[in-house]
Ligand binder design. Structure first.
Ligand code: ARG
Length: 458
């Protein structure tokens, strides 16, 4: 005999291999809180609408409350043989309440139930992820505040390009993270629609009150089409893409930290607590955390791809394929939280080698643009100024020197407009301080960027 809750039609016990294959309790049990809260709201509505007796609705709610407390305290363990969290909670309730427990699933399907649970679960996770991003932005602002004058080379093509400051560099990441917060907030808005009442696919004939459930569960509205209500997983895709983009930012940042902590750069040194050694090479100090973040970014992109591909061929409405949404989105969530949890203290304890940054900025002719701009300000067309400066750079390379060390005569050999003030014009400090346009590296411009970013730390 089939002893499943949905037994009736079926005459045989489901093959144990199918049972295991079908079961999602291993991973969806993490939604038990949301599942129980959703059921409590549903039971309350059923009672208020006269679909079940008020007294039964009260018993169900009390029973669910106890189940929640028992799971929280560890007194009640998940049954690995249960098909999923929904079946587990319902059968536990029935064990405890008998026939009354069997009334809970009136006017409901697991299809709208799971659509509800996952929305509630993801909303809760967004509420945890956003504060972590805020904390990271705060750390960036702290570092930036202390390094408004820390000159470093800015790069394009990983070639030294123009001088910037470490503060300016940090605030670039703050901007990315601010956009990340926006993406999570947008996702939240769209997932904040209550699907319960969609039923299996076509609502129900009972006189339910979807708006009551919506209000009880703190959603801002109900879903407007029952087919869509049960088959929509856009919000999982959206959330996973928001996570993927955040991971991409963390990964680019990690790549820079890996470069900066190499002997070739030595701009920074990670705290010993956030680096690891080698089992054979005694001198090694490896930036494993950042490498793992870079690596795990690929894994999160995989999760996003899983969701997109899982959905692309599924007809309306619910299909079991959609059970696969959970492992993917849960993995992405766990991964990004783990990365943020490690990355934040790693960043805040990192030591800066300002001397090395400055020395790197002093070589590589990153003031060449400023030298050309100097000539332009003296009246030369930019293309001529560019060519003269290029020739000067070639001359410096040949003579193993830098622009600042050329004599005025050497400068003047290429253009008579060069004067004593060229030395001031091509000093690194001048190069940075003159770039005071909004968004630029000049300390005052970066201060404004910090002030802006600080708003997102609360
Ligand atoms: N465990 C299922 C899931 O996660 C719940 C919904 C099951 N619905 C169904 N019609 N079999 O998708």
């Amino acid at each position: 005999m089939n002893n499943k809750m949905w037994a009736g039609r079926s005459s045989k016990e489901v093959d144990s291999r199918v049972n295991d294959f079908n079961s999602s309790i291993k991973f969806d049990s993490r939604m038990y809180r949301q599942d129980i809260k959703g059921s409590m709201a549903h039971a309350e509505m059923l009672g208020d609408c006269g679909i079940i007796e008020k007294s039964e609705s009260e018993k169900i709610i009390a029973g669910l409350k106890e189940i929640l407390a028992d799971i929280d305290s560890g007194k009640l363990q998940f049954d690995p043989n249960a098909e999923d969290i929904h079946m587990f909670v319902e059968s536990e309730l029935t064990n405890r309440l008998g026939d009354t427990g069997k009334r809970l699933h009136t006017a409901r399907s697991r299809n709208d139930q799971v659509a509800l649970d996952i929305r509630m679960y993801l909303k809760d996770e967004i509420d945890e992820i956003i504060p972590m991003i805020r904390e990271l932005i705060g750390v960036l602002c702290d570092i930036a505040e202390k390094n408004l004058d820390t000159i470093m080379p800015g790069y394009t093509h990983l070639q030294r390009a123009q001088p910037i400051t470490f503060a300016h560099h940090m605030m670039a990441y703050a901007q990315m993270l601010i956009r990340d917060i926006g993406r999570f907030e947008d996702t939240y808005k769209r997932m904040n629609k209550m699907p319960l009442g969609s039923g299996a696919l076509a609502t129900t004939t009972y006189p339910i009150d979807r708006r009551q459930v919506c209000g009880l569960l703190g959603f801002d509205d109900i879903t407007m089409n029952s087919l869509d209500g049960v088959s929509d997983r856009d919000f999982c895709v959206e959330m996973c893409s928001a996570i993927s983009i955040l991971m991409m930012h963390l990964s680019r940042f990690s790549e820079e930290i890996i470069l900066w902590s190499s002997w070739e750069f030595k701009f920074i040194e990670l705290d010993d607590a956030y680096a690891t050694g080698s089992s054979i090479m005694p001198q090694k100090k490896n930036p494993d955390v950042t490498e793992l973040i870079r690596g795990k970014t690929g894994r999160v992109y995989g999760d996003l791809n899983t969701l997109l591909v899982m959905l692309k061929g599924t007809p309306l409405a619910y299909n079991k394929d959609m059970q696969e949404d959970k492992e993917a989105i849960f993995d992405a969530i766990d991964t990004v939280k783990l990365c943020l949890t490690t990355f934040i203290p790693m960043l805040s304890t990192m030591e800066l080698y300002k001397e090395n940054m400055r020395n790197a900025a002093a070589r590589g002719f990153i003031n060449a643009t400023d030298c050309a701009d100097y000539l332009v300000k003296k009246g030369l067309p930019f293309r001529d100024a560019y060519k003269i400066t290029g020739t000067l750079v070639a001359y410096c390379i040949k003579n193993q020197t830098v622009l600042e060390n050329l004599s005025l005569d050497e400068f003047r050999e290429l253009s008579p407009v060069f004067d004593d003030d060229v030395y001031e014009a091509i000093k690194l400090e001048t190069c940075v301080n003159m770039r005071k346009a909004d968004g630029g590296p000049a300390p005052d411009a970066v201060k404004k960027q910090i002030e802006f970013a600080r708003k997102y730390t609360k």
